[in-house]
Design a protein around this ligand. Structure first.
Ligand code: SF4
Ligand code: MG
Length: 332
């Protein structure tokens, strides 16, 4: 099927008081039309940075894109000016964040917040915009939309607010929706409803979705493909059944063997013994070496090449690479 977004060898760093953090160290993946790609990994692995890079939301001047491309249709988004990027944001690509309150303006009625994008980008009449907003609120499950358009964000529950944020994200009919932990701030029953809504949205609009999450339950439910990130790299990618039922990277195996616990926050989720490497001075070899029960001498010295296990399933691990033995002698 058709590729709508292609991220190629993306390198992004951040200047901090402590030095320069190498947040993305060569991230590549394609996104197909109409699919949901889940990006998973522990806090700090680079999943949100990837999303923010695509969306043109990296903090300036701290962040720098050293290398790589974000090809969206005919354009490399990393090369667009701020004003060109504003024509893309919310129109071609929309983003949904974890906390709906940060996305909504507390002092503006939600009807106005809903129609604002339409009025500025699509230049349609007020009546048309209102009609569309009501339709969309109805679709995302807000009862009495016409009345509720006149209300402010604080007059809605957390789950309802996230539905409104989703409606705002959809109003200009984007081709790509990026959702960064969209259900993390919500309670479990609301989470399930919002996930169902994502499925309905995709069925109805054919939008492509990048879903960023640390919650493997979410992934199991709605992803078509899964990209696993670790220390600023995609270390395994494949169709859901491949990554979920036949994971090949030791890190992915570790992630999956730890039962997701709903009472833990992302920061606390520590499924695998040890911590990820320091990205101020990232290791030259496989970044999982220090935590990997299968680590070999070569792992520490050289980053593994990407091995294709099928047309759709790729992994960066020396265990899958025939050359490990030949080039570096016996496993240790
Ligand atoms: Fe473990 Fe080596 Fe594979 Fe890295 S490359 S995951 S250290 S076996
Ligand atoms: Mg994050």
């Amino acid at each position: 099927s058709e590729i709508i977004l292609s991220v190629q060898d993306l390198h992004v760093s951040f200047k901090t008081f402590g030095g320069e953090v190498q947040a993305l160290r060569g991230v590549s993946f394609d996104l197909f039309k109409g699919e949901t790609l889940a990006i998973v990994g522990e806090s700090g692995c680079g999943k949100s940075v990837t999303a923010n890079t695509i969306m043109g939301l990296l903090p300036q001047p701290a962040a720098r894109i050293h290398k790589g491309k974000v090809q969206f249709k005919e354009r490399d988004l990393t090369r667009l000016s701020k004003s060109e990027m504003r024509q893309v944001q919310g129109v071609d690509i929309s983003m949904i964040f974890q906390d709906p309150m940060t996305a909504l303006n507390p002092t503006i009625k939600i009807g106005e917040q809903l129609t604002e994008g339409l009025r500025t980008h699509k230049k349609i009449s007020k009546t048309e915009a209102k009609k569309k907003a009501i339709e969309l609120l109805n679709f995302v499950g807000i009862p009495n939309p016409e009345e509720r358009m006149k209300q402010y964000p604080h007059q809605f529950s957390g789950g309802m607010r996230q539905r409104i944020v989703i409606a705002i994200a959809l109003i200009c009919e984007p081709e790509l929706l990026i959702a960064d932990e969209p259900t993390t701030a919500l309670d479990v029953t609301i989470q399930a409803q919002i996930l169902e809504l994502f499925e309905e949205i995709q069925e109805r609009t054919g939008v492509s979705i990048i879903l960023i999450t640390h919650d493997l339950g979410v992934v199991a439910k709605i992803a078509d493909r899964i990209a696993v990130m670790y220390a600023g790299k995609v270390i395994e990618i494949g169709e859901k059944r491949e990554v979920f039922y036949s994971p090949q990277h030791p890190y992915t195996k570790g992630l999956l063997s730890s039962v997701p616990r709903l009472d833990l926050k992302e920061e606390e989720l520590q499924p695998i013994e040890g911590t990820p490497p320091d990205l101020f001075a990232p290791p030259v070899g496989c970044p999982f070496t220090a935590r990997c029960p299968f680590a070999m001498e070569v792992c520490e010295r050289v980053y593994p090449a990407t091995t294709s296990l099928s047309i759709t399933h790729q992994v960066d691990c020396w265990l899958q690479d025939e050359r490990a033995k030949k080039l570096f002698g016996a496993y240790v």
